[in-house]
Design a protein around this ligand. Sequence first.
Ligand SMILES: Cc1ncc(C[n+]2csc(CCOP(=O)(O)OP(=O)(O)O)c2C)c(N)n1
Length: 584
Amino acid sequence: MSESTDGTMTGAASLIRSLEAADVDTVFGIPGGAILPAYDPLMDSKSVRHILVRHEQGAGHAAEGYAYSSGKVGVCMATSGPGATNLVTPIADAYMDSVPMVAITGQVPSAAIGTDAFQEADISGITMPITKHNLLITNPDEIPRAIAEAFHLASTGRPGPVLVDISKDALAAQTTFEWPTELDLPGYRPNTRPHSRQVREAASMIVEAKKPVLYVGGGVVRAGAAEQLRKLAELTGIPVVTTLMARGAFPDSHPLNLGMPGMHGTVPAVAALQKSDLIIALGTRFDDRVTGHLPSFAPKAAVIHADIDPAEIGKNRHADVPIVGDAREVITELISALDAQYAAGKASDYEAWWARLNELRDLFPLGYDTPADNEVAPQYVIQRIGQITGPEAYYVAGVGQHQMWAAQYVEYEKPGHWINSGGLGTMGFAVPAAMGAKVGSPDSVVWAIDGDGCFQMTNQELATCAINDIPIKVAIINNGTLGMVRQWQSLFYNERYSNTDLQTHRIPDFVKLADAYGCHGLRCETPDEVDATIEKAMALNDAPVVIDFSVHKDAMVWPMVPAGTSNDMITVARSLAPAWERED
Ligand SMILES: Cc1ncc(C[n+]2csc(CCOP(=O)(O)OP(=O)(O)O)c2C)c(N)n1
């Protein structure tokens, strides 16, 4: 018995009560020895659904996908030792991409901690650098407070993963349940309200600038600041670039949107940063994939950098105006400060800037070659999935070429509908994250756009999807190779293709695999079958659908800024670079 009539209960029952009090409706996990006491009262919970995954990595990514589509904290659970270490990758992933997640792990009994006991791993030590916070609990009375703190920390300020490791004896021992009404977290007071003097300074720089750009990152999505961003952009007329993590934070159809900057960004977006005289960075971190060679990044730009995490400001690039605050509050205040500037008769003139950017837009639109021999262009498949399905759906990618094409060729209109592993670049992210996204938003269409390499890392979660009635749609962009690595071998290693040929056109047969997992399996091998196959997949909603799209293996992701070089080195297609130096 986990709970007695006198109000005493096991630590395990107190854990489940705590999850209920934290408004958890879904936990992804796998049981095992140390966490087993928690699984017993979990069975009786009326409000917490546990989804039994096939690998703990899947539980972690599913929690991430769930967090994206539901706006809540994603929760995963595992046992000690290997169960916990299997969560390390998704925890690192959530940390890099600021995803709110709580991971709960069982630990060996407290008396055995430090003895190399069976299935012992120091998971709080292991995850120390990749969690926003983590706790090892050995006293059952501390469970409710630990859970309450974990959810608060995961979801406030800069979101991130929090790990709660609970020893088996604490789960088994008797305690009483008391949900804390107040949290006492000394030293943790995220500063959401920006400093008004800095906001005023930013506003006066914005009206004075000749070549400003709004450099928008995932923080704008996390802060729910898309509407404010739109107001700011329309008020000022400043061009907007959205990073890989921010695709959808500003509508792709909006005339002020120049697309994605960075290694595989559009020429106008890369140029807007590189040639700018004022970068207004909102919830973004000057990641190396955006800046390229840092010393030569945007050499003439002054920087206004707003972020909820003070540690990001000045980390990679000096900020002339640092603003610590929540993106929504920062943008709202910036709009008022700009209104005051305009009311005082200040006006900005970005006409010459726009003329230059529009010229680049016309000269260098995104595009791809259609392969010969009736082969399918991977970009075409992805573009058609986006066009046929529309912007209400969620699009989840793996990591590689298909990810970049999904960022480039699906038109995003809504924040949070593009889900990918940006910071860590985790192959195997797509299928479990799509599963979590579908659980978080069951009435939405969820597409996983995956590579044949990535898919083979976590496709066992299709069993979880089929059994638990989670009908995701998976498009395998099957080029038979580890495409992104092959692209680098083509460009930088003299076409010496060391260990990138997966031979996935032969093994495994993805259609048969889908069938084995209780999913619908479809195959598409020619361009004229693409639309009909996508439409068929859209019509099948009684089980997950897996499509094996056989695509051209030599397609490359363009534009490209080679790693470690200056953004000035952007190449639009092989040996074709924009001649934009002429105006400087
Ligand atoms: C777990 C993991 N291992 C290795 C890599 C390195 N890596 C990045 S992209 C890539 C190839 C991905 O191949 P595939 O899934 O077929 O996608 P494609 O690039 O062909 O679209 C590899 C091996 C990674 N990002 N993650």
